[in-house]
Design a binder for this molecule. Structure first.
Ligand code: FNR
Length: 366
């Protein structure tokens, strides 16, 4: 298959589904219970309608923006996802290579199947990363990893602490395919992926006792990198995050629907924040993820106040469909769709996007 014959993310997912082992597919595809949140994450964008303007000069289209003070070519970024080598032997490094020409940020998972050093090795000059943290019950183990990340600050610019999954959601596709929990310790052997035998192990014990005060104090003691909190789903938590000096951004996310099923998609939380606590958008960066399939989805999230938009599964399916070239194709499609959307909407740069360009009434609740 010529990847350029694949015109959208659904077609790439279909190819990846054919190429990957059933177990790998189940791990990437699965979500909590009845997949309600996972499906809503995507469908909610379809109910938001655009309000394009006419007579706007659209010769220029600038998608660059700044995230945590770093200039990036696009507001699109790679969400942290575990064990990318299940999709393709190049794993997270393949993702880094695939996005290198788009100036997109990549957040590597705490449970990546390659080490941070391997992932950033030989990355393009100026290409930057974030590192996602799940706090272990054994804090000294987390502290060692944080110390290593601190020493890689030329490439790794922030720590993203994920808070929406103290325990795993009930993911029946995983259970059905015999997937226990995947871990970096398993260090998936690319040969075993070829043999379609997936090595699966258990995560190191997660800490179940995290709190706003003690956890952020502990983390600030061990790093002075900016802290991003991932997995907020209410305006109340966005407000509390805004009050914490070490928190520079939040990711509104329901973990791609993999944790609590029937939790709200990020769009609803963005609307809540806008209604009850709009100062959040001025005081810190609000990023979102979940269900991104089209450039128009991304532009709508930006109109609602998001500063950056993360892509999880679609990145993995690109990797599964064609390795580095597959990831490149996913970002090429999304980037082109963002630009087409901006031109048709009548905006020439990201800063101009705002609620005036959409009608979100169909998804507003109260
Ligand atoms: C994830 N996600 C995730 N999040 C995180 O903070 N650490 C992790 O290790 C993982 N692992 C992971 C594995 C897989 C296979 C998926 C699909 C997701 C969640 C991820 O960062 C992001 O929130 C969602 O993937 C966004 O939704 P979409 O784009 O997959 O719909």
């Amino acid at each position: 298959v010529d990847l350029h014959d694949l015109l959208n993310l659904d077609e790439i997912e279909a190819l990846a589904t054919k190429k990957m082992s059933k177990k790998a597919w189940a791990y990437f595809y699965s979500a909590g219970d009845d997949l309600i949140s996972k499906k809503l994450n995507n469908s909610v964008y379809r109910s938001i309608l655009f309000r394009p303007r006419i007579f706007v000069d659209c010769r220029k289209c600038d998608t660059s923006t700044s995230l945590l003070g770093h200039r990036v070519g696009t507001p699109l970024y790679v969400s942290p996802t575990a064990t990318a080598r299940l999709a393709h032997p190049t794993g997270e490094k393949g993702i880094a290579e695939g996005i290198s020409s788009f100036g997109a940020l990549q957040i590597m998972s705490n449970y990546a199947s390659l080490t941070p050093e391997q992932i950033v090795a030989d990355s393009a000059p100026g290409q930057i990363f974030g590192w996602q943290l799940y706090v272990y019950k054994d804090r000294t183990r987390s502290e060692k990893e944080i110390a290593k990340i601190n020493s890689m600050r030329n490439k790794i610019k922030f720590i993203c602490l994920t808070l929406d999954s103290p325990v795993m959601g009930k993911r029946e596709d995983d259970e059905r395919h015999g997937n226990a929990i995947l871990t970096r310790e398993a260090d998936v052997d690319p040969k075993s992926v070829k043999r379609k035998k997936v090595i699966i192990n258990s995560f190191p014990g997660p800490a179940l006792d995290l709190t706003w005060k003690s956890t952020l104090e502990w983390l600030s003691k061990h790093t002075d990198l900016p802290i991003v909190l991932k997995g907020l789903q209410t305006y109340e938590d966005a407000y509390l995050a805004m009050k914490c000096a070490s928190v520079k951004a939040v990711v509104i996310s329901n973990h791609g629907g993999r944790s609590l099923d029937t939790a709200s998609p990020a769009v609803h939380t963005l609307l809540e924040i806008r209604k009850y606590c709009p100062e959040v958008f001025d005081r810190m960066e609000v990023w979102v993820d979940g269900g991104i399939k089209r450039g128009t989805d991304i532009v709508k999230a930006l109109c609602l106040g998001a500063k950056a938009v993360g892509v999880g599964r679609a990145t993995l399916f690109g990797l599964g469909a064609g390795g580095v070239a597959g990831v490149e194709r996913v970002y090429e499609i999304l980037q082109a769709e963002i630009e087409t959307c901006m031109r048709l909407l009548g905006v020439e740069n990201i800063n101009q996007l705002g609620p005036q360009y959409i009608n979100s009434r169909a998804v507003e609740r109260d």
